[in-house]
Design a protein around this ligand. Structure first.
Ligand code: KG4
Ligand code: ZN
Length: 360
C-alpha cells in the first residue's frame, strides 16, 4: 500500500502551463496542458517574461479543468507536486509557489520534482485499461528535449548515472535553429519532420559528430546547414548581379525538403548510434526515450528498427506525453515520495538543476 496514491502535479518550467492528477504513479486521471506556443511563435522562441505572465493567467483555470476532468475533489488528493527545476526562473516560480500554496491551504504534503525525472517517468504512465511497461533496471534513458540531450543509466528509482550529454546545442534546439534557417515556424521539430517526409535524406552529406564517450554535439551540423543555405542565397545574389549584363538570373529555390530530411537523418543517426552502443555495453533491461524530440517519427522508427531485432525492449511515450506535461511530474513525484518523503517548505526554484553529476 503506497503512502500517497493520488497526486496532483503542476508543471510550468517553460511555455506549457500544466496540471494533472495521477494515481499510483501510473494511471492518468486527468492531464491538462495549456500551451503558449502560439504566443511565442512570433519571437521565434520562448520569451521568458511573457511566459511567466502567461503562467499566472492560465494556472488557475488549468487547475480547475484538471480537477473536473479527474472527477476527484480535494479530499481524494494525497499530495501536491511541482517542477522546481531545471527551467526558466520566472516560469518555475509561478508553478512552484502556486503548488506550495495549494498544499498549505489543503493541509497536504508537498514535493518538488526535477523536470527531467518527470520526462523519464512519462514512460511508465498510461490511461485506465492500457498496458504500460513496468519499471525495470538497469534502464538506458535518452532525454532529447529543447534544452537537454542526455544519456543516463538508471540503476534504480532515483539512481541515475550520466553517461553523456551535449557539448553545445540540445537536439531540440538544433531542430529549432535549423527550422529558423529554413524559414519554418517555431518550434522547429514538427515542421521539419513534416517537410522532410517529402525530401531526400541523402541529398546533403551533413556531418555526424560523435565526440568522446557518450557525448553529443549538434552545432557543427547546424553550421553545415547554415553554409548550404548561405550558398544557395549567395548564388542567387551573384546571379542577380550578373543579371544586368547577361539577362535574367535563374535563382535556385532553397531545397527546404532535402535540407530538412538530410538534417533530420543526421540527428537521428547520431542519437540511435549512441543508444545502441550504450544499450549493448551496459546490457540494459529496457531503453526509454523522453522529451519533445522523442515525438519525432523517424527517430522512433529507427530506434525500433535497431533495438527490437536485437531483443532490446524499447519504450517511447505516446506523443502527448513526450512534450511537457504535469502527469509526468506526478509520476516522478509518486516514486520520490515513497523513497524520500515530502520536500521542505523552504524548497526554492533551481533553474540549473541536474539529475546526476557529470562524470569526472
Ligand atoms: O520536452 P519539450 O516539450 O520541452 C523542453 O523541455 O524543452 O521539447 C521541446 C522540443 C522543441 O525543441 C521542439 O522542436 C522539439 O522538442 N520537438 C520535436 C518534435 N516535436 C517537438 N523535434 C523533432 N521532431 C518532432 N516531431
Ligand atoms: Zn521538457
Amino acid at each position: 500500500m503506497s503512502l500517497y496514491p493520488t497526486i496532483l502535479a503542476v508543471e510550468s518550467s517553460c511555455d506549457e502551463t500544466a496540471v494533472a492528477v495521477v494515481q499510483d504513479g501510473r494511471t492518468i486521471l486527468s492531464n491538462i496542458v495549456a500551451s503558449q506556443v502560439d504566443l511565442h511563435r512570433q519571437y521565434g522562441g520562448v520569451f521568458p517574461e511573457m511566459a511567466s505572465r502567461q503562467h499566472v493567467l492560465a494556472i488557475t483555470p488549468v487547475l480547475e479543468e484538471a480537477l473536473t476532468a479527474a472527477q476527484v475533489g480535494w479530499d481524494k488528493i494525497d499530495a501536491v507536486a511541482a517542477t522546481y527545476g531545471p527551467g526558466l526562473a520566472g516560469s518555475l516560480v509561478v508553478g512552484l509557489n502556486f503548488a506550495k500554496g495549494l498544499a498549505l491551504a489543503q493541509g497536504l504534503p508537498f514535493i518538488g520534482v526535477n523536470h527531467l525525472e518527470g520526462h523519464i517517468y512519462s514512460n511508465w504512465l498510461g490511461d485506465k485499461g492500457r498496458e504500460i511497461p513496468q519499471p525495470s533496471f538497469p534502464a538506458l534513458i535518452l532525454i532529447v528535449s529543447g534544452g537537454h540531450t542526455e544519456l543516463f543509466l538508471m540503476h534504480d528509482h532515483g539512481d541515475y548515472e550520466l553517461l553523456g550529454h551535449t557539448l553545445d546545442d540540445a537536439a531540440g534546439e538544433a531542430f529549432d535553429k535549423v527550422a529558423r534557417l529554413l524559414e519554418l515556424p517555431y518550434p522547429g521539430g514538427p515542421p521539419i519532420q513534416k517537410i522532410a517526409a517529402t525530401g531526400d535524406p541523402n541529398a546533403f552529406d551533413f556531418p555526424r559528430s560523435l565526440p568522446n564517450d557518450y557525448d553529443f554535439s549538434f552545432s557543427g551540423l547546424k553550421t553545415a546547414v547554415l553554409r548550404e543555405v548561405e550558398q544557395f542565397k549567395g548564388e542567387g545574389r551573384e546571379r542577380s548581379q550578373l543579371d544586368d549584363r547577361f539577362g535574367p538570373a535563374v535563382v535556385r529555390p532553397l531545397p527546404v525538403a532535402d535540407l530538412a530530411a538530410s538534417f533530420q537523418q543526421a540527428v537521428v543517426e547520431v542519437l540511435v548510434d549512441r543508444v545502441l552502443q550504450a544499450a549493448l555495453e551496459f546490457e540494459v533491461t529496457q531503453v526509454l526515450v523522453a522529451g519533445g524530440v522523442a515525438a519525432n517519427g523517424p527517430l522512433r522508427q529507427t530506434l525500433e528498427a535497431t533495438l527490437i531485432p536485437r531483443a532490446i525492449p524499447l519504450h517511447v511515450p505516446p506523443l502527448a506525453l513526450c512534450t511537457d506535461n504535469a502527469a509526468a511530474i506526478a509520476a516522478a513525484a509518486y516514486w520520490r515520495l515513497q523513497h524520500d518523503g515530502p520536500s521542505p517548505w523552504s524548497l526554492e526554484i533551481a533553474p540549473n538543476l541536474k539529475l546526476a553529476p557529470s562524470p569526472t
